[in-house]
Design a protein around this ligand. Structure first.
Ligand SMILES: [Zn+2]
Ligand SMILES: [Zn+2]
Length: 343
């Protein structure tokens, strides 16, 4: 039997690094030795008690990659020695939504790293259909971005960005920076990033942003109207996760345009939108939840080198220092975009 070090989430503000025995696998499961696991905003929300849908005690971490070290006899998706990543969502398969093919909005989704043990551990056990092989030339640290990329790929699909579509991304965190890169590739122009972190401007420009706006220094609405000949943006992407951010995005959208709500807000947060303006300018509000059908494409995007994720992985911590990793995520010091745990 394998023993492993892992970070167990017990209740809000309580997570401890512990030694645990790894249970035996079922015939349709494999063991992955985790090499890199991203800390997501969702992990922080759960840790702080802002969202409550985890099932503690549980090992958090749903953005990870590693090497396959053991496979059950029914496993077909990976073999021992493969680089792999994990599609963490775990729907019930039997509710009406699942059976209608809308499995990613299944109300009974119990993902790895939230309700089932995830990647903040030396080893992970995953079911065959949740495992994806990653090409050897993709680094483990890069492959740990597959899950966040898959959600952004879904958002890009829903945004409907065509060549020349004006796009504003609000939020310069990892998701915002992924959106900037993929929106550019989809033809966004002008492409605007709104973030308080001015040190990110240079990187965003490198990723293809035509303009960067700090809401501290400038009124984003005025700046966006200037950049779009008074029209506002066709697509505005909310990548912060708050009611205030949704309102800020609404301010930037042009008539007939679309606001994508992507960030995960605290459960009790709210926002207010002007219904008359919403109606008469025929604005669309589009939620982007998870990654239906996008996981394999996210690996493809990484494998083809269409994204720079190395520049986003600014901080790395061993598993023993996961508390420090969470603190950095919460404090977001200058120079910080994304933290990875390297078990
Ligand atoms: Zn996440
Ligand atoms: Zn279901």
């Amino acid at each position: 039997m394998r023993t492993m070090k892992c970070a167990v989430f017990h209740e809000p503000k309580s997570m401890t690094v512990e030694e645990k025995d790894l249970r035996p696998i079922a015939p349709d499961e494999a063991v992955i030795r985790v090499e890199a696991c991203g800390i997501c905003g969702t992990d922080i929300h759960l840790y702080l008690g802002e969202t409550t849908y985890a099932s503690p005690p549980v090992i958090l971490g749903h953005e990870f990659s590693g090497e396959v070290v053991e496979v059950g006899e029914e496993v077909t998706t990976v073999k021992v020695g493969d680089k792999a990543t994990v599609e963490p969502n775990f729907e019930c398969g039997v509710c009406d939504l699942c059976r209608a093919g809308k499995h990613r909005i299944c109300p009974n989704n119990l993902p790895y790293g939230i309700n089932k043990d995830g990647g903040f551990a030396q080893f992970f056990i995953g079911r065959n259909d949740r495992l994806y092989k990653v090409p050897d030339h993709v680094a483990y640290e890069d492959a740990a971005f597959t899950e966040p990329i898959s959600n952004v790929v879904h958002g890009i699909d829903l945004a409907g960005i065509a060549p020349g579509t004006s796009v504003a991304v609000v939020g310069g965190g990892p998701s915002g920076m992924l959106y900037v890169q993929l929106a550019k590739r989809a033809g966004a122009s002008p492409l605007v990033l709104v973030t308080r972190s001015e040190w990110k401007f240079a990187l965003a420009r490198q990723f293809g942003a035509d303009a960067c706006i700090s809401p501290v220094k400038q009124d984003p609405k005025e700046a966006v109207l200037d950049l779009t000949d008074g029209a506002g943006c066709d697509v505005v992407i909310e990548a912060v996760g708050s009611g205030k951010a949704v309102e800020a995005c609404y301010d930037l959208v042009g008539a007939g345009g679309k606001v994508l709500v992507f960030g995960v807000a605290p459960e009790k947060d709210a926002c207010s939108l002007p219904p008359f303006d919403f109606l008469t300018r025929e604005i669309s509000l589009q939620a982007v939840w998870l990654n239906p059908g996008c996981f394999g494409r996210a690996i493809d995007v990484l494998a083809k080198g269409l994204l720079d994720v190395k520049s986003l992985a600014t901080h790395k911590f061993p598993l023993d220092d996961i508390a420090e990793g969470f603190s950095v995520m919460i404090e977001k010091p200058e120079g910080f975009i994304k933290a990875l745990i390297m078990p």
